[in-house]
Ligand binder design. Structure first.
Ligand code: NAD
Ligand code: DAU
Length: 370
């Protein structure tokens, strides 16, 4: 039976991954380590917490004692590191926290795993690791920087991060690769494009827009809305990570993306029309609406001051993961966005829970003077 240590398992992608593998593998052990920052919520995994296959530990990935204790108590086969400070705008306000969590936290996990996974040395004095163990770093396409109108990021594109967030993720990637080269650690890195889907914290574009539409609030679009992101349904990302754990060649990086580039303004317009249509078609969704349905229209869009250093365009070339591991994205954007909006319409309690408290202060600070 395989045993997973999943850091950041109470966040957006981590929680979706936990649900995905619990469903897929009946015989499995999962230990979630999460510090429950503003972005991590037990409500996100509440339906899973009673599952006998799962244990939860509240701890910081930079805490050496906490991470060591986990390895002392439990055999870990796979460590999947989702834990990170993940929001670019917040990294512009408070870069240091991003460096602490994303760089030092990753190194702490690597170092602890290295110690506990080392089985001995080979005849050349190189470390030998326990059979089948693997460290998977969940990284991002943002480490490659920004594209112009054309071209794609491949795994060979030089890293050129431009925000404190992406610089911290790039640094973490280099450290992971350094552990592979220097100590022969069994690692993989996945670099995925923008995810969307259930449990996405409403500070990120799509869930923020959905929340504001339902409240009849303005929809803040940075700059002129022409920046392009390459959107992938979160379950397709989870599937990719699962495939890389099972079949990824050790030491390799895999890009993950579904060739679904869209301008921000088009995402916002599509979200407005889809929310309105779903509510008009389903009377049970009316309770999610805190404004008159007639207010759901493009007049809600407001162009605000641009994000400093705003990357123009991301676009992933996923040829390697498709050719080597057979991964393809299954959810078309047209279907994924409807699934996502339905989920938000049906889970307003979750939105209310995660946006109570500090969220209001954050929103005022972030958008008050734009
Ligand atoms: P998220 O912000 O929703 O979740 C992050 C989780 O990590 C939260 O549960 C939080 O409590 C936890 N966490 C944060 N700091 C911690 C610390 N110091 N110790 C322990 N736990 C901590 O992020 P997400 O969108 O789910 O992203 C997960 C990972 O995927 C990140 O590494 C991110 O860089 C990467 N990624 C995200 C996207 C995307 O579109 N969201 C795309 C590509 C890669
Ligand atoms: O590409 C992968 C990355 O995608 C991940 O590594 C990050 O963790 C994740 O947060 C995401 O980063 P982005 O900066 O692309 O996501 P965000 O949702 O913040 O913004 C998407 C686009 O929308 C971006 O061009 C900025 C714009 N935007 C965002 C917000 C929050 C707006 O126009 N208005 C907004 O209010």
């Amino acid at each position: 039976m395989k045993s997973y240590l999943i850091t950041g398992g109470a966040g957006f992608i981590g929680s979706n991954f936990v649900k995905y593998i619990l469903e897929k593998y009946p015989e499995i052990r999962i230990l979630i380590l999460d510090d429950l920052t503003y972005a991590g919520n037990l409500g996100t995994i509440s339906e899973n917490l009673n599952d006998p296959r799962l244990k939860f530990v509240k701890a910081n990935i930079t805490d050496n004692t906490a991470v060591r204790t986990i390895f002392e108590k439990d055999r870990i086969d796979y460590l999947i590191n989702f834990a990170a400070e993940s929001h670019v705008d917040r990294s512009i306000e408070n870069p240091q926290l991003f460096l602490e969590t994303n760089i030092l936290g990753t190194q702490n996990l690597l170092e602890t795993a290295r110690k506990f996974w080392t089985a001995g040395k080979d005849e050349n004095g190189r470390p030998v690791y326990h059979e089948g163990v693997k460290f998977l770093q969940v990284s991002t396409d943002e480490v490659y920087g920004s594209l112009g109108e054309t071209g794609y990021f491949t795994e060979n594109t030089p890293l050129s991060p431009r925000s404190p967030y992406s610089a911290s993720k790039a640094a973490a990637d280099f450290i992971v690769l350094a552990y592979a080269e220097t100590y022969g650690m069994p690692v993989n890195i996945t670099r995925c494009s923008n995810n969307y889907g259930p449990y996405h914290f409403p500070e990120k574009l799509i869930p923020l827009i959905i929340k504001n539409i339902l409240e009849g609030e303005k929809l803040p679009v940075y700059g002129d809305g022409s920046n392009v992101r390459d959107w992938l349904f979160v379950e397709d990302h989870c599937k990719a990570i699962d495939m890389v754990i099972a079949g990824g060649k050790l030491g390799q990086v895999y890009n993950v993306g579904g060739h679904n580039e869209m301008k921000n303004i088009d995402i916002v317009k599509l979200t407005i029309s889809t929310v309105r249509r779903l509510i008009e078609e389903n009377s049970e969704y009316r309770s999610a609406l805190k404004t008159d349905i007639e207010n759901i229209n493009e007049n809600l869009i407001t162009f605000v001051k641009d994000r400093p250093g705003h990357d123009l365009r991301y676009a992933i070339d996923p040829t390697k993961i498709t050719d080597e591991l057979g991964w393809i994205p299954e959810t078309r954007f047209a279907d994924g966005i409807v699934k996502t909006i339905r989920w938000y319409l049906e889970n307003q309690d979750w939105v209310k829970d995660v946006t109570s408290g500090d969220y209001q202060k954050y929103y005022e600070q972030m958008y008050g003077n734009r």
